[in-house]
Write a protein that binds this ligand. Sequence first.
Ligand SMILES: Cc1cc2nc3c(=O)[nH]c(=O)nc-3n(C[C@H](O)[C@H](O)[C@H](O)COP(=O)(O)O)c2cc1C
Length: 224
Amino acid sequence: MDNKAQLKQQFIDMMNFRHACKVFDETKKISEDDFLYIMESARLSPSSFGFEPWHFLVVQDQALREKLKEVTWGAQGTLPTASHFIIALVRTDKSMRFDRDYIENIMKNTHNIPAEGRIKRKGFYQEFQEHDFKLLQSERTLLDWATKQTYIALANMMNAAAFINIDSCPIEGFKADAVQQLLSSDFGIDTSEYQAAYMLAFGYRKNPQNEKTRQALDKIISWY
Ligand SMILES: Cc1cc2nc3c(=O)[nH]c(=O)nc-3n(C[C@H](O)[C@H](O)[C@H](O)COP(=O)(O)O)c2cc1C
């Protein structure tokens, strides 16, 4: 196999290795170095205008996991056994609207854009939100748009983990209102600024994975 063929095979092997792992081997822990490598893949993920509408809570406290388990039906096997467990938060319209301080600050302090450039970019962003994508029709419209972007980090984290033989499970199986309540009462999160987008469990599989079931390529692609 030439080098390109090898790289392609390596990537596809990684995609096949990744599966929604339902129970982890509790005796195996992910090293700090490996976990930070996974989080680095989240940090480097792309976002619209580079505004990074996310924040990640790493939940290692067993008592907090117990409370989460009561309202997270999709993580009954993973919450108690995961080496590391993340709640991915999405920033609400309180940060993400074009005229918010968060936007101004990230352009200034992270993107290092001078004042004049920031005014221009804010104008673009306003046009995009108001007219191109009509994101300001409701708080929910903007939230859903921001949430979509957090799933790019989700995919990157799962793939980064799989690349070094770490298993994961993405989780949307939770009562959103109840989780918001917990975020506020037990995690000290300002829930007017953040909402839970998804959860993500990491560890090492306890059981062999099931065979992958996917539709054929010609079922999901149309060529023009
Ligand atoms: C956004 C999202 C949410 C999911 N939520 C859950 C969940 O709450 N609990 C769970 O066990 N699996 C969950 N899954 C896993 C899917 O059921 C799984 O990825 C799909 O059936 C394909 O199987 P595979 O990932 O093993 O290839 C979720 C997957 C995605 C992408």
